[in-house]
Design a protein around this ligand. Structure first.
Ligand code: SF4
Length: 75
């Protein structure tokens, strides 16, 4: 699945929500989160994110790795 990371916390742009074909991106208090059990790895959200906060889970930068858990734990 794809994972949303820290740049979203200051941005909270909802472009990703609008393009997700399976509607698996939900709004939290500080940022948006991707439900890893529903995401179909299409990559549409990554393309539209204005702050490049979204990565495939195997390409998340080291310093953002904790967001893999954070996304999962939101659901
Ligand atoms: Fe939705 Fe596709 Fe992004 Fe997964 S990769 S969260 S399915 S838009």
């Amino acid at each position: 699945p794809f994972v949303i990371t820290s740049p979203c916390e200051n941005e909270k742009n909802s472009a990703c929500v609008d393009v997700c074909p399976v509607d698996c991106i939900e709004e939290g208090e500080d940022m948006f989160y991707i439900d890893p059990d529903i995401c179909i790895d299409c990559g549409a959200c990554e393309t539209v994110c204005p702050v490049e906060a979204i990565y495939p889970d195997d390409e998340v930068p080291e310093q953002e790795a904790k967001y893999i858990e954070i996304n999962r734990n939101f659901f």
